[in-house]
Design a protein around this ligand. Sequence first.
Ligand SMILES: *Cc1c(COP(=O)(O)O)cnc(C)c1O
Length: 454
Amino acid sequence: MDKPEKAYLKSFGTEQVVKYPLDQIRYRSDDGRLLEVVNPMRKLSEDNVADLKQLFDMRQFSRNPVDRSGVWRFREFLSAFAPYDNIITMREGNTPIYTMPVCAAYSGMKELFVKHQGFNPTGSFKDNGMTTAVTMAKKLGARMVACASTGNTSASMAAYAARSRMKSIVFIPEGQIAYGKLSQALDYGSLTIQISGDFDKAMQVVQDVCKRGRIYLLNSINPFRIEGQKTIMIEMLHQLDWKVPDWVVVPGGNLGNSSSFGKAFAELKACGFITKVPRIAIIQAEGANPLYSGFASKERVLKPVSAQTRATAIKIGNPVSFDKALYAVDSTEGLVEQVSETEIAIAKSRIGADGIGSEPASATTVAGVKKLVEKGFMHSREKIICILTGHLLKDPDYTVDFHKDELYADAKRTSSVSGGSKIDTGDYSNKPVQLPADVDKLLDYIDEHAHSSI
Ligand SMILES: *Cc1c(COP(=O)(O)O)cnc(C)c1O
């Protein structure tokens, strides 16, 4: 792969290959399908694979920011961006894998691992794809970029656009975005437009706006985001010394991330880095479950829903990358599962109890493992890596409401959507207490209530 052949764009999911050049700005093929980047991959010799693995090792210690990036370190898999000059990087990726004993016990596993994408520059996995897509935007001469977002895409785009001196415009569903994410978009200087309607409406509007030209679209319909997100799986396997786990578990919203994982495994296999692929399990919230329903149905077509969940990052009823996600599941003998608002909330508290924490959408993974173990699809001794997609501090309101025992499945706390009532936190909430500033009384209280688990 030292001299990569030229990559190109093609429409996804058709037999006939219509090629489009990389420098033509378009988001769909002429027949309306999603586009994907084709990286000419050939099977490498064992020596070549060993050399590349060593090169990836060495780059971790390089002083070049492009080598240090957990995305661009693996640039041999990103041939669309060759010759890799003018890269906009914030040292994204490089995210840790943790063992999670509390979550393992909770979900019925002997061991359970998470790879925490919340430890990215803007606190979510969106940075992995934004570094590549913004680099391409710059290459294509864009001066303005835009996205519709449930929050994290806008935070990430705003940051990378600011770093590259481009103007960014975000379309967010009014009143439905977590505060941590909104604060980022504002601080990084995005023109932030709250539109009436939900995410799916915002997505439709931004596509229409960008169709008129001038403004470059950075939602995950943009195939260059998917390219960057592939490296989440490449980095994971690098960290595991290329030993393939049994399962990778990922939340499903607009389904770009799961799509990119499927593409990563296909490419790694094609060039001889791995011989078998992990199974991908995509977990959705019950109130935003079109992939779950589509996967289970005979026709396997997308039937949009009106999305309802407190996990706002996956509150998406009409996911753009539906077809690509189906491929990711099918090509890895994977599964799709759904979990309830209560299951998400409790699983999130268990991730916190391991000293890690995440935003609500990420917790679908641990909730999903518990469910799939109970159903017998996953086994207690398998190696499972859950992808935690966003940082705990993205949505502090949710966490505080949970621990105060004031979390409602319906954000407005009124209607009765999918159990719109209060979420039963069981024994898992950790209420703050108010006490007088009296040392004796405080110590009495501590003696009675605080017990070390060691
Ligand atoms: C974007 C996002 C998701 C959903 O990912 P998709 O690629 O849209 O399926 C899940 N969790 C978090 C924290 C996100 O920001």
